[in-house]
Design a protein around this ligand. Structure first.
Ligand code: PYC
Length: 315
């Protein structure tokens, strides 16, 4: 049996998103969060088939479109990667909006998406998209962590649609040449968080590590980041949810003014423009502006006779 699954590939500031517009099954549940839970329980093998090798890779984020019961949303979306599920994905939402415009499902203007962790709106103008993310907040400030190599670091735990541990005193050089070392270091941080039982609200696993450093050129950006995603891959974009988490920390510290543009550079040099407005309950509403481009369009073929049809095991 051959299954055909339509897709559009995009990249947002270098970080890829595969938009999967039509799945060969229906998911139980009304809300996007309920549909995510049905997907995880019943169809996790499709996640592996669609974003893992041999059709995908560990950098790729999948945006799986699911029907929404909400009349004010264009679609529901579940974000996945090689190791599991994301709450929200900023670069992925920008890629999704550009893909839907390319398919002529939407045109320039405002669109709203239902995600498992809340609604996200997008203002589309060609390849440029301005998203308003879910409310974001700092959960804990200046959490001390001793790493397995004896190095002591301090980080903030913050929510921006995913959980982040944000570190500034890492003593790492945030350059592309240094990426292998940055991946090792960020993994050490994540392992340390796990071993010490340091978690987000509701005992949530902190699966993203964000290192902050100076921008390559202060005329072009205000800071640079390196973000380790839940698997072993690092974000090529400045990470929409990571930038939101960082904005929440700066808002809590009062180190960046409300509504002022903050330019966040990624490790490869792409930039998101970001700002926040304060909400009543110590949370912020982040706005992220980025650019995505369509780089592929076609059908994934799932051939039951292919021994690696559902992905390479244990990826
Ligand atoms: O842009 O939010 C983001 C993101 C999360 C993981 C990779 N990118």
């Amino acid at each position: 049996m051959l299954q055909r699954i339509p897709y559009v590939d995009t990249h947002t500031g270098g970080e890829p998103t595969r938009i999967l517009t039509q799945m060969p099954f229906e998911l139980a549940g009304k809300s996007c969060a309920e549909k995510l839970s049905a997907f995880r329980n019943q169809y996790d093998n499709y996640r592996k088939a669609l974003v893992c090798e041999p059709r995908g890779n560990d950098v790729l984020v999948g945006a799986i479109l699911v029907p929404t019961a909400r009349t004010d949303c264009a679609t529901g979306v579940i974000f996945v990667n090689n190791v599991g599920y994301l709450g929200m994905c900023g670069h992925g939402t920008i890629g999704l909006a550009v893909a839907l415009r390319y398919l002529r499902i939407i045109s320039d203007g405002m669109v709203r998406f239902e995600t498992p962790v809340g609604d996200v709106s997008a203002l589309v103008l060609g390849s440029q998209v301005t998203i308003q993310n879910v409310p974001s907040y700092r959960y804990m400030a200046a959490v001390a962590l001793e790493l397995a190599n004896g190095q002591g670091i301090v980080g903030d735990i913050a929510w921006g649609g995913n959980w982040f541990f944000i570190v500034e005193n890492h003593q790492q050089e945030l350059t592309l040449q240094n990426v292998p070392q940055l991946v090792d270091f960020a993994r050490l941080v994540r392992r340390g968080l796990h071993e010490k039982g340091i978690r987000g609200a509701g005992d949530a696993v902190i699966d993203h590590v964000e290192l902050i450093g100076p921008a390559s050129n202060p005329d072009c950006a205000d800071a640079k980041n390196f973000v380790l995603c839940p698997g072993g891959a690092y974000d090529r974009s400045p990470c929409g949810t990571g930038t939101s988490a960082k904005l929440a920390c700066m808002a809590a510290d009062r180190s960046w003014p409300e509504d002022a543009t903050f330019r966040q550079e990624s490790i490869i040099g792409s930039v998101f423009q970001a700002r926040y407005s304060r909400l009543a309950d110590d949370k912020v509403l982040p706005t992220i502006v980025g650019e995505a481009h369509v780089c592929g369009h076609g059908e994934l073929l799932l051939d039951a006779a292919d021994p690696f049809c559902m992905g390479i095991p244990n990826e």
